[in-house]
Write a protein that binds this ligand. Structure first.
Ligand code: NCD
Length: 416
């Protein structure tokens, strides 16, 4: 098993065994964070951030510095040549000539896949719009493993803005991969997870989440952890949807019947929804969760660069004089199972294929009547069979969706 040269665009790009390898490696780094500076010597990490960030960018940069590598950073994408009209694909190609691995954060869903398909070096998704944030999930799962002693068999309630919260989408897939029970608790019905998340949970992981309505007076189902999130105000278009939700403090948790043993997680930043009076409680793990970002990202970078394996095999004692060359990967072709559908566009206005003219719409078939956007996963009804490319490039048949999800995809298409 090797992660060398791999992209991490979705948490679904990693198997459970690969995530466990990252965690074993992270444990080593957590134990001796200042003893690894020989590993990454000669390597460069580029952080390209087109959206604000504190934790993700700085913990990636701290991780690379602690590995002894160097960091190139674009902290404000508006300062890059994208503001002159350069495409994301060109930017990714150019930066591939300067760095050995790229971390990208971008406001459009699907941007990381575009960059990964174009880049000649591995791309790590540091958050693409409301879509996914896979390395936050690595931190979340790692924290659960430490706080609860295991991940498999846990019950985790995910609360808040589950529609636009990208950390929640990736975490739901990650929990499903580890055999945990997921309880979705949207702060408002308008903030329920998108249909594509439910479809992927069902189709790829065989998981049916449970639901809890935090507003109907019923107690929260017994949970090992409660994952809180802020409302993603910046992703609301127009006035649609709820902008704020109630502050969560000790009284709220008592009212919800949240047990004293339930671990409280939050990807942070908080925006008023999480009362600081909870910070000093043992069950509040969110600052520890943020700090684990460094060893987890050290492990992720080291495994992707292929600089951890040798160290691992030699009992972490070897000293390297020069880094092994990373073979220049040729730009990845879009996966075989995706195809172009004539005159069909993604229904998500914020999909990179609708935001950047150079990105062509691509789809995967998920049922006879529905397609999934290759870039952002949004489900769209297939207009007519004639719009779909020949069967030779069509994906394998997958189990049909439930009527409810298909109805939702039609509603989505109609709302376009
Ligand atoms: C999250 C993000 O950017 O999606 N922050 C993070 O990376 N820890 C959560 C958020 O912004 O709400």
């Amino acid at each position: 098993m090797t992660l060398k040269g791999r992209n991490i665009v979705s948490i679904g790009d990693l198997s459970r065994a690969e995530i466990e390898l990252i965690f074993r490696c992270a444990e080593r780094f957590a134990a001796q964070p200042r003893a690894q500076t020989h590993l990454g010597r000669g390597f460069q990490l580029a952080t390209l951030f087109f959206e604000p960030s504190t934790r993700t960018r700085l913990s990636f940069e701290s991780a690379m510095n602690r590995l002894g590598g160097a960091v190139l950073t674009v902290a404000d994408g508006a300062q890059s040549s994208v503001s002159k009209g350069e495409t994301l694909s060109d930017t990714a190609r150019i930066v591939s000539g300067y760095a050995d691995v790229i971390v990208l954060r971008h406001p459009a869903e699907g941007a990381a896949r575009v960059a990964a398909d174009a880049a000649g070096v591995p791309v790590i998704n540091g958050g693409d719009g409301a879509h996914e944030h896979p390395t936050q999930t690595l931190c979340d799962l790692y924290t659960l493993g430490i706080e609860c002693g295991r991940i498999e068999g846990l019950t985790v309630t995910l609360y808040g803005d589950l529609k636009y919260g990208r950390t929640v989408h990736s975490l739901a897939y990650g929990l499903a991969l580890f055999g945990a029970t997921i309880i979705f608790a949207p702060a408002d019905p308008a903030l329920a997870p998108p249909a594509y998340v439910l479809e992927r949970l069902r189709d790829e992981y065989g998981v049916e989440p449970r639901w809890w309505d935090p507003n109907d007076g019923t107690p929260m189902p017994a949970s090992d952890a409660l994952y809180l999130t802020r409302v993603q105000k910046e992703r609301f278009s127009g006035n649609a949807g709820l902008r704020e939700y109630p502050r969560i403090d000790k009284a709220t948790l008592r009212r919800w019947g949240v047990g004293e043993q339930t671990v409280l997680l939050h990807p942070l930043p908080r925006a008023g929804e999480l009362d600081p009076e909870l910070d000093s409680e043992t069950r509040s793990a969110y600052f520890r969760q943020a700090a684990y970002g460094v060893p987890v990202r050290m492990a992720t970078i080291a495994l992707i660069l292929g600089i951890a394996e040798e160290e691992w095999a030699s009992g972490w004692g070897a000293r390297r004089t020069s880094p092994p060359p990373v073979p220049a990967a040729s730009p990845e072709e879009p996966q075989e199972t995706s195809f172009r559908a004539e005159s069909q566009r993604c229904a998500n206005a914020n999909c990179i294929s609708n935001r950047e003219g150079a990105v062509e719409p691509r789809f995967k078939r998920v049922a006879d009547t529905a397609l999934r956007c290759y870039w952002c996963d949004t489900l769209v009804p297939a207009a007519t069979p004639a719009t779909v490319a020949p069967a030779s490039v069509a994906p394998a048949i997958v189990p049909p969706l439930t009527d409810a999800v298909i109805a939702e995809t039609h509603a989505l298409g109609a709302a376009q």
